[in-house]
Design a protein around this ligand. Structure first.
Ligand SMILES: [Zn+2]
Ligand SMILES: [Zn+2]
Ligand SMILES: [Zn+2]
Ligand SMILES: [Zn+2]
Length: 416
């Protein structure tokens, strides 16, 4: 029987080559990642088929039908993949190349639906969570019992891939006339398997996937993302960056008293030294809430006279610096604060201008008569500081650490 002419033309090209070229030696390397991905879809498919095939049944369990259904499934998938090549050749012109994983997933889905029994179609079984759970459990059981080993699944996947990938995107299948030529080719075929060379990594992949693996390999050694001098393996990077990395950003140890700086942790000492004067002011502000910035600046000078600032520099945080300051202040004596003077509008203006120059965050000054309860609380000498209680009363100068700066202007204008 002679087939019609057009049928011969529809045959895949490589069959003709084989006919003409005598013995041929095809490379059978394949895309390792794709075969792995396809192989991983088989167990959930098989488990679904076994569950749906036996649900509601009294005599058989999913495990009892698994061997038979697996055999049927492999036969079905190979059959479908062979048919697919034939269809694809017919549709070749202009047809998009479909992802082989999607194609084979469709085969698996078709097989699973063909195995459903009567009961699996009722009571919303197919969409139920109970079904999902049973499938997950069965997949796990199959894995634990090595029911269908991964390398066997991958070799089925490889066969399917070879059948459906007739454009040889995921499968090499280049033909050679001699075994020598084939061997030469294999040593640089894009689909030859390479093992990752990063210490600790057991991944292998096709040569063409080298770069994409390299970009995600958890064992690759990289320079620190925060630019410290360290080199860290990728999977340790996040932990390094939020723990021991010297470049990790931390709050200034004097944050609680007002320094808002965020600095790499390796520069804390430098920051402490360079900003000692402003850290002193922050602490003095806490100790002498009633004092003006000018007075506090003076106080810093007094402290400096008594002890060089270098002696205060080792204080690591607000607490230890506070203790040092208190010791020194015990020697200097109480801070003299301007009290009982009702400032004129002019004086207020002068103070406001000074405040602008010193540019510290908590610098809002206002005058009130008499002080509100809230301010009395703020000014109460409760924190064991040395400052005198005598400064409360009419017309006193209040450093308002709580109110918003916007209130300063209007409250000055209204009250004075
Ligand atoms: Zn090859
Ligand atoms: Zn790796
Ligand atoms: Zn680092
Ligand atoms: Zn600071």
């Amino acid at each position: 029987m002679v087939p019609p002419d057009d049928a011969i033309e529809l045959k895949p090209e490589k069959l003709e080559e084989e006919k003409e070229g005598g013995p041929s030696f095809p490379c059978d390397f394949y895309d390792a990642n794709m075969a792995y991905k396809i192989g991983m879809a088989f167990l959930p498919g098989l488990a679904s088929a076994c569950i749906d095939n036996t649900t509601g049944g009294l005599f058989s369990t999913p495990a009892s039908v698994a061997v038979g259904i697996r055999k049927e499934m492999v036969g079905y998938l190979i059959q479908e993949s062979e048919n697919f090549v034939a269809e694809s050749v017919v549709l070749e012109d202009g047809a998009d190349v479909q992802d082989p994983y999607d194609i084979i997933s469709d085969f698996v889905d078709d097989f699973v639906s063909s195995k459903r029994n009567f009961f699996s179609g009722v009571y919303g079984w197919l969409l139920s969570e109970r079904r999902e759970d049973r499938i997950d459990d069965l997949v796990q059981e199959m894995e634990i019992n090595s029911f269908w080993l991964l390398n066997r699944r991958i070799s089925v996947a490889q066969t399917l891939l070879k059948n459906i990938d007739f454009k040889n995107i995921y499968y090499c299948s280049t033909n050679f006339k001699s075994i020598d030529d084939l061997e030469k080719h294999k040593s640089h075929c894009g689909f030859r398997t390479l093992a990752c060379t990063n210490e600790g990594c057991s991944s292998s992949f096709s040569a063409i996937q080298m770069d994409s693996h390299d970009s995600i390999c958890p064992f690759k050694i990289l320079p620190c993302e925060q630019n410290c001098s360290g080199i860290i393996i990728r999977r340790e990077m996040d932990r390094h960056c939020i723990t021991i990395c010297p470049m990790k950003l931390v709050k200034c140890p004097f944050y609680s008293v007002g320094c808002q700086s965020t600095i790499p942790q390796c520069t804390i000492d430098q920051h402490r030294t360079e900003n000692l004067a402003s850290h002193l002011i922050y602490i003095l502000k806490v100790l002498h809430k009633e004092a003006s910035t000018e007075e506090l600046t003076e106080r810093v000078k007094e402290l400096e006279k008594l002890s060089s600032l270098g002696q205060l520099a080792p204080a690591r945080d607000a607490k230890s610096l506070t203790i040092l300051i208190k010791d020194l202040e015990a020697k200097i004596g109480p801070l003299k604060v301007v009290t009982n003077v009702k400032p004129s509008a002019e004086a207020a203006d002068v103070i406001e201008k000074k405040e602008e120059r010193t540019a510290l965050p908590t610098k809002h000054v206002r005058f009130e008569e008499p002080p509100s309860k809230e301010e009395e609380n703020i000014n109460s000498p409760s924190k064991g500081s040395h400052h005198e209680d005598s400064c409360h009363g009419k017309g006193e100068l209040v450093i308002d650490r709580i109110s918003c700066g916007n209130r300063t202007g209007p409250s000055l204008a209204n009250k004075s």
